[in-house]
Ligand binder design. Structure first.
Ligand code: LMR
Length: 401
């Protein structure tokens, strides 16, 4: 019966992370998966999350099914965080939001919806992008193409090439974009570039799908959502996936949401209905615990302030690690490959190391990066920094020798 089932080669990120856990070496260093670890190398439980969780445990409650679209207080809090409290589209009821199983769940629900109502659309992702973008949309039946994005020569953005490729796409093409802290490159558009790109997408009748998995890890909670606010400002219908895995350190709770910006409240009602139907056909309804925590934190002023402060200090620690690894690598890494450690934003630096160099780092030094050369700088700390920097220096010097 199952002879034709082929072996799963594994996921480029999550399987590597699982293999790291099995690696018996004491001095191993995990810079692979996009997870923030604190100075001690531990996954933090944020103060506001701990407090909200304690409050919720003190109020034991039954656990019925949530509505298919999710917890109402959570969906409302998502809208206010993603679109801004004063968003006119929100006030006009033009945004349809469903709670989802993390950002991946949002992408899948969105993909199913789009496949049903825009069956001939093709999906375009940045070159490169998060591997799961391609997996999710291909599994939903789409052909996925790429538009130019990362400039290996400069460690920056090929904005002109990106814009001209997107300008040439047929109407109703789906254009997947990262709101901030691009994964895997850490290279983002600036505000002026977003304004220009959104104008082009509007003029060409394209369908933007924004993935915001790292809100708060770039320039701040509001600044990171600039593209989304600009889409609303220019009246462009669009999809927005967001996740609380990283900014709440709630990875395993699978807290995400999908929002669709519509032209009217009446349309948003119909879109919400069909998103709900996609949720039902995938997993019926979302889980309660994480959504309760996020809603409690975002709607309780003291908890919200505590969360924002702690998130800001996490970003400060990442910045400190960027400066520290940059300083350690100076002399070992060619100058052209060094600036990106400081310039790229969010959890990742796209090091420029080849897949073969990454293999040597992992096999000989126990230092794990993604084979694309992506390093999670948010997993560096004062204790593993030297080992990581020395290993990279050694791999590069062998190459040069
Ligand atoms: C990553 O990019 O490492 C994270 O978003 C985790 C994942 O699911 O791939």
């Amino acid at each position: 019966m199952f002879e034709h089932i082929d072996a799963y080669p594994g996921d480029p990120i999550l399987t590597l992370n699982e293999n790291f856990a099995k690696d018996p070496r004491d001095d191993k260093v995990n810079l692979s998966v996009g997870i923030y670890y604190d100075d001690e190398g531990r996954l933090p439980v944020m103060r506001a999350v701990r407090e909200a969780e304690a409050q919720l445990l003190a109020e034991p409650a039954a656990k019925p099914y949530l509505p298919m679209a999710g917890l109402a207080a959570y969906r409302d809090a998502v809208q206010s965080l993603v679109f801004g409290d004063a968003s006119t589209a929100r006030a006009e009821g033009r945004i349809a939001t469903v709670q989802t199983l993390g950002g991946s769940g949002a992408l899948k629900v969105g993909a199913d919806f789009i496949k049903r109502y825009f069956p001939d659309a093709k999906v375009w992702v940045s070159d490169p992008t998060w591997d799961n973008h391609r997996f999710i949309f291909e599994r939903a039946g789409f052909v996925v193409g790429t538009y130019p994005y990362y400039d290996e020569a400069t460690g920056g953005l090929k904005f002109d090439a990106m814009l001209s490729a997107i300008r040439d796409l047929p109407a109703k093409s789906v254009v997947l974009l990262h709101a901030c802290c691009h994964n895997p490159t850490g290279v983002d558009l600036n505000d002026a570039q977003w304004v220009e790109l959104i104008g082009v997408m509007k003029a060409r009748g394209l369908l933007p799908f924004i993935d915001m998995a790292y809100q708060g890890f770039g320039a701040g909670l509001d600044a990171d959502a600039f593209a989304i606010r600009e889409l609303v400002r220019q009246n462009v219908p669009a999809f927005v996936a967001n996740s609380f895995s990283k900014n709440f350190s709630l990875y395993g709770e699978r807290c995400g949401a999908l929002s669709v910006i519509c032209a009217s409240a009446e349309t948003a009602g119909r879109v919400l209905g069909q998103l709900t139907s996609a949720v039902r056909a995938n997993y019926s309804n979302p889980p309660t615990h994480g959504a309760n925590i996020v809603a409690r934190v975002l709607t309780t002023p003291t908890l919200r302030q505590s969360w924002q402060d702690e998130l800001a200090s996490m970003c400060g620690r990442i910045e400190r690690m960027r400066v520290a690894i940059h300083a350690r690598l100076r002399g070992n890494v060619p100058d052209a490959m060094l600036a990106r450690y400081l310039d790229q934003r969010g959890m990742f630096t796209y090091t420029g190391l080849s897949a073969e160099q990454v293999d040597v780092l992992r096999e000989h030094h126990g230092v794990y990066l993604i084979r694309s050369g992506r390093m999670c700088v948010a997993a560096l700390n004062d204790r593993n920094l030297e080992a990581a920097a020395n290993a990279i220096g050694e791999v590069l010097s062998k190459e040069i020798a």
